[in-house]
Design a protein around this ligand. Structure first.
Ligand SMILES: Nc1ncnc2c1ncn2[C@@H]1O[C@H](COP(=O)(O)OP(=O)(O)O)[C@@H](O)[C@H]1O
Ligand SMILES: N[C@@H](CCC(=O)OP(=O)(O)O)C(=O)O
Length: 373
């Protein structure tokens, strides 16, 4: 292994490897990937597979020629393709596989999030291979992750993995899309993911891929923030897997951060979606950014959107409109309209009741700063 300290690995396999001809599942690339999984397990690694391909595997059952598939048809394709894909994977192994279908709604609900973690641990404890995909048959825009690169990063985080390996149809991250620019060169190592790195990424070029390189960089950003090394490799090439087993890097490695975010803060920053915004004054911005304070109602000048207590929100500077932080609001939008600008000691008289716990609107432990001033 590239890093001998890896104990648990999430392997993400894209649709182009599952159904390369868009004509149902093919064993062509699945066999070498399955052999890699077997070798990893023999070396004592725990493996979780995140497999795309339900839509691509089911597509040929429907006589539909256009590139853009309506969502209702996609759900039907996923329903038939998912079971065929599971069948294919199961036939590749002499140990049991478990199907785990998730949506973003599951990962962003704290109780379901913990259930997912516990289930994955139980499966791994019993040497069963978890095979995860988005639950495409029921997913709506509101509850879906939308691409399996980000899903795999969330799975790696919830499972406390040491490494995320994304098997794509290119060797790794290039200086430009290698399918469009013949001069593009492979970047072997990335230590910091910034706007320059995002600027290199183009969209998907295959007929079945979702997201292209951008979603892979997003996934790497999520995973590395939790200390998880992230690797992009070409899953078509059996040599790429041999390289990893021999301790070499065949693609691009994004190194996990040495000081990972605490799990709750990581979940707030990288899994929860903001349902609304709280706009605050300059004094509040300084208290949050310079003094490490919790957000109190006295600094709030406006509220945008509808949200409940427990929902994630963005905190924005009312004067400059900059995003300052993301966190979990302990009050709903309508409660905040009644208490904004007031001192915390006025909350009970403004609302007519006393909220449980502290008076902080967003407690420091549930807030992530998005920029420093
Ligand atoms: N900077 C880049 N480096 C490598 N590939 C890139 C880059 N920008 C865009 N791409 C495209 O991203 C594609 C891989 O993403 P995608 O088609 O979504 O595949 P997958 O099924 O593996 O998720 C590549 O085939 C390539 O055309
Ligand atoms: N969940 C979808 C795959 C979504 C996706 O991200 O696909 P890909 O870019 O091929 O990894 C499916 O199984 O068809």
């Amino acid at each position: 292994m590239i890093n001998p300290s890896w104990r648990r690995v999430v392997l993400k396999v894209g649709s182009a490897l599952i159904a390369p001809e868009n004509q149902g599942c093919s064993e062509l690339y699945l066999r070498p990937i399955a052999e890699f999984i077997r070798q990893c397990r023999l070396q004592g690694l725990e493996v979780i597979l995140v497999s795309s391909g339900s839509v691509a595997a089911g597509r040929h059952h429907f006589n539909f020629q256009h590139q853009r598939v309506p969502i209702a048809l996609k759900r039907a394709m996923a329903a038939v393709g998912q079971s065929q894909m599971m069948n294919f994977w199961s036939r590749c192994f002499d140990f049991p596989c478990a199907q785990v279908l998730l949506t973003h709604g599951d990962l962003s609900d704290r109780v379901r999030h913990i259930n997912i973690r516990n289930t994955l641990r139980r499966l791994l404890d019993h040497q069963i291979l978890p095979i995860v995909n988005e639950n495409d048959t029921i997913a709506t825009d509101e509850i879906k992750v939308g691409d399996n690169d980000n899903l795999a990063a969330m799975v790696a985080t919830v499972a406390n993995a040491d490494a995320l390996i994304i098997c794509s149809d290119v060797d790794g991250l290039y200086t430009a899309d290698p399918n469009k620019d013949a001069n593009a060169s492979l970047i072997a190592e990335v230590r910091k993911i910034d706007q320059h790195i995002y600027g290199l990424a183009g969209g998907a070029s295959s007929k079945v891929g979702t997201g292209g390189m951008r979603t892979k960089i997003e996934a790497a950003e999520k995973a590395t923030a939790q200390g998880i090394d992230t690797l992009i490799i070409d899953g078509h090439k059996a040599e790429a897997f041999q390289c990893i087993l021999a301790g070499k890097n065949p693609g691009t490695i994004f190194y996990g951060q040495a000081r990972p975010l605490p799990a709750k803060k990581h979940w707030v920053r990288h899994t929860l979606r903001a349902k609304g915004e709280i706009w605050v004054d300059d004094g509040c911005v300084e208290a949050l950014c310079q003094q490490g304070a919790s957000l109190l109602c006295s600094g709030i000048v406006d509220i945008q959107g509808e949200f409940d207590s427990g929902d994630a929100v963005l905190v924005r500077c009312a004067s400059g409109k900059r995003k300052i932080a993301k966190g979990v609001s302990r009050f709903s939008a309508s409660e905040l309209f009644s208490i904004k600008g007031h001192h915390s000691s006025d909350i009970a008289s403004c609302l007519g009741y006393c909220p449980a716990g502290s008076n902080a609107v967003i407690h420091r432990s549930e807030m992530m700063l998005l920029e420093r001033i």
